[in-house]
Design a protein around this ligand. Structure first.
Ligand code: NAP
Length: 252
């Protein structure tokens, strides 16, 4: 894949959640190649270290921050230490997410709460932890990874779609709060992307989903990383509060 170079990104500090694999790891790696110092957050330190090592191999700087985005105090502590070491975070990607698919009557309360806690409340904790310093430097771009199902709905995904739709409301409200302070906030709504999250689909379901995608194939994590890179860079300086749909036309 061809990657544009966005010179304004070089030297900035980013934090990417859910950076240990899939879409988050792809975004973290491309930021590393643009000369961004990248904080990598997820629960698995071992996997984060592998991504950080890949970033180093590609000439960049990646710092593993092992934390669960649901644990507000731990998130705050890890991010404060990171900021002390490398400076204010000016690029934030709220990407950590989980699914617990089940039709509503079968959906256990603990699964409902887990999805909302990671996919929506996690963004609340992480964003608050970086925002004070971002406001001091009056510069920033925040990208929240939502999903097309927030826009279309999907059977078996009431919790997931509610959390991801919540993230869009969060994005638009925060974009309005911060627009005059030099900080933009946008969301990306990916469609079906080849990661561990979709690797669990049966062949039959996969074939059915594929038929519904106008371009005819699943996207890759790099397809989402291209969109994130654009929204993080000043090439999108006049874009805030938007939802960029990266779905091969699944939603239009
Ligand atoms: P994935 O491969 O399952 O990766 C999820 C990432 O989130 C991992 O790095 C995981 O690391 C991290 N994570 C999960 N729970 C966490 C927690 N409590 N605290 C911190 N980190 C946590 O998923 P993906 O497909 O790359 O998806 C990334 C994002 O895109 C998600 O928000 C997902 O909802 C969204 N999305 C994906 C698709 C798709 O088709 N793949 C489509 C639309 C939207 P640990 O397990 O180590 O914590």
């Amino acid at each position: 894949m061809e990657w544009p170079v966005y010179p304004d990104l070089k030297g900035q500090v980013a934090l990417v959640t859910g950076a240990s694999q899939g879409i988050g790891a792809a975004i973290a790696r491309v930021l590393g190649r643009q000369g961004v110092v990248v904080g990598l957050m997820a629960r698995s330190l071992e996997k984060l270290e592998e991504v950080a090592a890949a970033i180093r191999t590609e000439g960049g700087r990646g710092f593993p921050l092992a934390a669960d985005v649901v644990q507000g105090e731990a998130v705050q502590a890890a991010i404060q230490e990171f900021i002390r070491e490398v400076g204010p975070v000016t690029l934030l990607v709220n990407n950590a997410g989980i699914t617990r698919d089940q039709v509503l009557l079968g959906l256990k309360p603990e699964d409902w709460h887990a999805v909302l806690a990671v996919d929506l409340t996690g963004a609340y904790w992480v964003t608050r932890a970086v925002l004070r310093d971002m406001l001091k430097v009056r510069r920033g771009s925040i990208v929240n990874i939502s999903s097309v199902v927030a826009l279309t709905g999907n059977p078996g995904q009431t919790a997931y779609a509610a959390a991801k739709a919540g993230l869009i409301g969060f994005t638009k409200s925060l974009a309005r709060e911060l627009a005059s302070r030099g900080i933009r906030v946008n969301a990306i709504a990916p469609g079906y992307i080849e990661t561990e999250m979709t690797a669990r689909l049966s062949e039959a379901v996969r074939a059915e989903y594929q038929k519904a995608i106008p371009v005819g194939f699943f996207g890759t994590p790099d397809d989402v990383a291209q969109a994130a890179l654009f929204l993080l860079s000043s090439a999108s300086r006049y874009i805030t509060g938007t939802v960029l749909n990266v779905s091969g036309g699944l939603y239009m």
